[in-house]
Structures are given as structure tokens and as C-alpha cells.
Design a protein around this ligand. Structure first.
Ligand code: KG4
Ligand code: ZN
Length: 334
């Protein structure tokens, strides 16, 4: 089955072509330099840029795959959650393709797609717990089967990636901040500054990162931390965030009696998070599945990979499907 997947949920314009789970092309055009000037994504600029870029990216994806639209069996597009204007750019383009070609269309949940990105590299048996950590979401999902998931917990305030971005911005380290925080943390000591682990030991599967961010900011103010002496506090921040995320993921798996954990989302490219999750799961005999870093951040291939499951079950979307900024956090009760 040849699937063309489109993602324009935030500030990356991406189109991919899959043959089953084999990635024939996966073009991602990042708008980061454009938004970095403003220290964050400007929704109006993002949607305009998607509209400008989408046709060229689509043509490039087909060309790299060596195919034409006639060869495509299923069209897939991110329906939500995300920025409405950005989502509309992708969805209108996908609807145009579906209308003109008569190909079936699948609207995909972006967060579910992050969880499914692992299937581009290896099959995972159901059921499993998925931790999706990105700039917009930090959620623990329980997948009981393909297209069947429910949310166990989510962030009560900032998403994990948002917290990384905000601490980096506070120190003037640019946008987005996750990768630079990780790089600078390598030169710091993770136990240098005792920072809180919000909601670490409570009996929910929820997260909270705003208290950690505030503790970080208070420390930076009190000790006059700047770009030149920030490695220890950044390493301590990263450690606290990864500690909570991994501890709660393992606890969720234990509480549900599930022996498989899948990681996804932009923050999943963080090496400390990957290592800690692997170590903690190993000690509980839980298998861990983590996509390559390039498939953790937004891309069209994960959208196509998710759509494959829906197409296999005959679950297609109507041409009048709407976009969603926030999505219902379950599909069928597990
Ligand atoms: O999944 P993604 O590409 O877009 C959203 O759906 O949000 O995730 C982007 C987020 C940003 O907040 C970025 O700072 C974070 O992922 N990120 C990282 C790393 N690389 C990207 N956070 C921590 N460590 C990293 N290495
Ligand atoms: Zn994303």
C-alpha cells in the first residue's frame, strides 16, 4: 500500500511517501529560522509559509519516491491537535488532492502519529504504553491495539518540550531550546542543583513542569546565571525533567501490567531521556522501543504510518472533516 502523509501541525511542512512501512521519501522543511527571530512560533507566519511551501514539498516527496499521484493508494494528513491555521494549510491541500484524484483520505491525530512513528523502524506488539513528549504535549497513552488508545495522563501545565524551550529562552539560548539545553548539559553536573520533581510520587499519571521551570528561573536570578555559567543548572533541569518522565512511564506500565513502552515526540530525541528510560525499563524487565532521533520530531512519515492502520481497518475520513486544535484523547475504550 502506497501512502502519502502530510504534516503541517506546527512550524514544519512535511510530506512523506511510504510503501507499507518502508519510507520512500520524508521531506521536512523547517521554518525554525523564521520563528527564531520572535523567540517562538508565530501562528500567522507559520500558516502562510505552509501554504507557500506545501506544493513544492509534495512534488519533491513524490519525485524522491520515484512515483506519481496515480501510484498513491491512500492520502493521509494531520487533522489535529495543532495550530488551526497551520493544520488548515495541510488539510485543504490534502482535500484538494483527494477530490481531484478520488483517492481515500485519512485524518490523523498528530500525537497518535508520534506514538506510531516507531512502526517505521520496527513492529511493536500491542498492548503498549506510549510516552509522547513534544513541544505541545506530554502524554501517557495506553494502546490496546491499532487505532485503539486511551490517555492515562497528561501535563497539567507546560509540555516537556515547552519547558525546555522556556528555560533556554530565559537564558537567551535561542529557539527551540531542547537541543541546545541537551548540548550544554553535557558540560554540566546533573546533581549540581537540587531541583523539584513535580508530581513525581503522586498517584496520577499526570505531569507538571511549571514548578520546575519556576525553580530554575529563581535559581538563575539568585545566582546571576548567564550563558557563560549555565551548564550545571541546565544539566540539573534536564535531569529533573527526564527523571519524572521516565519514573512515571515505568509506573504507568507497572500499574497496567504492560511490558512494552514506546517513546515518541521531539523531546524523545534527548539522549538523557532515552538512556534513563532504557535503564529503568530494563530493571523492571520492560521492553523499550525508541525511534531514531530524526523520526521523533515532526514528519509526514509518522502520519502515513498511522494512516496505514486506519486504512487496513477501512477507517477513512470524509471530505468535510474538520481540523482540531485539541483532540479527544481516546479512540475506542481499551
Ligand atoms: O514533536 P516536535 O517536533 O513538535 C511538536 O509537535 O511540538 O517537538 C518539538 C519539541 C521542542 O519543544 C524542542 O525543544 C524539543 O521537541 N526537542 C528537544 C530536543 N530536541 C527537540 N527537547 C529536549 N532535548 C532534545 N534533544
Ligand atoms: Zn509533534
Amino acid at each position: 500500500m502506497i501512502i502519502l502523509g502530510i504534516d503541517t501541525s506546527c512550524d514544519d511542512t512535511s510530506v512523506a511517501v511510504l510503501d507499507g512501512t518502508l519510507v520512500l521519501s520524508n521531506i521536512v522543511s523547517s521554518q525554525v529560522p523564521l520563528h527564531a527571530l520572535f523567540g517562538g512560533v508565530v501562528p500567522e507566519i507559520a500558516s502562510r509559509k505552509h501554504t507557500e511551501l506545501i506544493d513544492g514539498i509534495y512534488r519533491q516527496a513524490l519525485m524522491e519516491a520515484g512515483l506519481s499521484l496515480a501510484d498513491v493508494d491512500v492520502l493521509a494528513v494531520t487533522q489535529g491537535p495543532g495550530l488551526i491555521g497551520s493544520l488548515l494549510a495541510g488539510i485543504c491541500f490534502a482535500k484538494g488532492l483527494a477530490l481531484s484524484s478520488g483517492k481515500p483520505l485519512v485524518g490523523v491525530n498528530h500525537v497518535e502519529a508520534h506514538a506510531m512513528s516507531i512502526f517505521l523502524e520496527e513492529p511493536v506488539e500491542f498492548p503498549f504504553i506510549s510516552l509522547v513528549v513534544s513541544g505541545g504535549h506530554s502524554v501517557l497513552l495506553l494502546f490496546s491495539g491499532p487505532c485503539r488508545f486511551r490517555m492515562l495522563g497528561s501535563t497539567r501545565d507546560d509540555a516537556a518540550g515547552e519547558a525546555f524551550d522556556k528555560v533556554a529562552k530565559y537564558l537567551g539560548l535561542g529557539y527551540p531550546g531542547g537541543r541546545v539545553v541537551e548540548e550544554l548539559s553535557r558540560a554540566g553536573r546533573a546533581d549540581a542543583v537540587p531541583l523539584p520533581r513535580p508530581m513525581m510520587d503522586d498517584d496520577t499519571h499526570d505531569f507538571s513542569f511549571s514548578g520546575l521551570k519556576t525553580a530554575f528561573i529563581n535559581y538563575v536570578k539568585k545566582y546571576n546565571i548567564s550563558k557563560s555559567n549555565c551548564c550545571d543548572i541546565l544539566a540539573s533541569f534536564q535531569e529533573a525533567a527526564c527523571d519524572v518522565l521516565t519514573a512515571k512511564t515505568v509506573r504507568a506500565a507497572r500499574s497496567q501490567g504492560i511490558k512494552r513502552v514506546v517513546l515518541g515526540g521531539g523531546v524523545a530525541s534527548n539522549n538523557r531521556l532515552r538512556d534513563l528510560l532504557v535503564r529503568r525499563c530494563a530493571s523492571e524487565e520492560i521492553s523499550v522501543f525508541i525511534p531514531s532521533p530524526g523520526l521523533c520530531t515532526d514528519n509526514g512519515a509518522m502520519v502515513a504510518a498511522t494512516a496505514r492502520f486506519y486504512a487496513d481497518s477501512g477507517l477513512f475520513s470524509a471530505l468535510d472533516m474538520k481540523v482540531f486544535s485539541r483532540m479527544k484523547w481516546s479512540r475506542d475504550i481499551c
